[in-house]
Write a protein that binds this ligand. Structure first.
Ligand SMILES: Nc1nc2c(ncn2[C@@H]2O[C@H](COP(=O)(O)OP(=O)(O)OP(=O)(O)O)[C@@H](O)[C@H]2O)c(=O)[nH]1
Length: 214
């Protein structure tokens, strides 16, 4: 049998954005480590590197889990610039968190000067149906308006967690195939938020703000 040639892997920078407490860290932890985190420990910035196969192609993802809490937003411009794909996460239990991703999307488009940047809209905490504030139809109407896929996920039950990341990978691969990715690994940005901040920093807030579930 002829030896199969190994395809070179593509490397993409993914940024997970959304309001504080919507489940960005839990989604990322489920995707990367298959683990569920019950406690709430507000993130400053965490980065993860993981490898996966998407439609038979090797993909390396550098995932930046960002701070949702207002006091840590200073880094946003930089990682919006260097990110190639964005998971915009809200909680289906909070209308305000949906409003927040609308302004985040505006900011991404402004900073990247690109309307067709790969985005996946994630309505997390779908297991909390009894606390739902955002009707599913509202999520889908946002999705249609933005021409971006919408998933309802639960980091707790691992529902649609992989699907969100894989969809984003497909969008980034498609874009690269079409020659539209300005930040492919061969054209690495000179000033990368990922290189200079490749560290895992989590800090507990000192004011006892914990175990907040939206
Ligand atoms: N029921 C339920 N709880 C969730 C889910 N995802 C996250 N949580 C809980 O929500 C809280 C906040 O989750 P995090 O992942 O830390 O939220 P975050 O968006 O990273 O928050 P910041 O770091 O402040 O931006 C934690 O108590 C989680 O256990 C989910 O899908 N379902």
């Amino acid at each position: 049998m002829p030896a199969r040639r190994l395809q070179p892997s593509r490397e993409f920078h993914v940024v997970v954005l959304g309001a504080g407490g919507v489940g960005k860290s839990c989604l990322t932890a489920q995707f990367v480590h298959n683990e569920w985190v019950e406690s709430y420990d507000p993130t400053i910035e965490d980065s993860y590197r993981t490898q996966l196969q998407v439609d038979g192609r090797q993909v390396v993802l550098e995932i930046l889990d960002t701070a949702g809490t207002e006091q840590f937003v200073a880094m946003r411009d930089l990682y919006m610039k260097t990110g190639q794909g964005f998971l915009l996460v809200f909680s289906i239990t909070s209308q305000a968190s949906l409003d927040e991703i609308a302004s985040l999307r505006d900011e991404i488009i402004r900073i990247k000067d690109d309307e067709s940047v790969p985005i996946v809209i994630v309505g997390n905490k779908a297991d909390l149906e009894e606390n739902r504030q955002v009707p599913r139809a509202r999520g889908f109407s946002v999705s249609q308006r933005w021409e971006a896929p919408y998933y309802e996920s639960s980091a707790r039950t691992r529902t649609n967690v992989e699907e969100c990341f894989i969809d984003l990978c497909r969008q980034m691969l498609r874009r690269e195939d079409e020659g539209g990715a300005e930040d492919s690994p061969t054209h690495k940005p000179e000033h990368s938020a990922y290189d200079s901040h490749k560290r895992r920093r989590r800090r507990r807030l000192r004011d006892g703000q914990r175990c907040v579930v939206l």
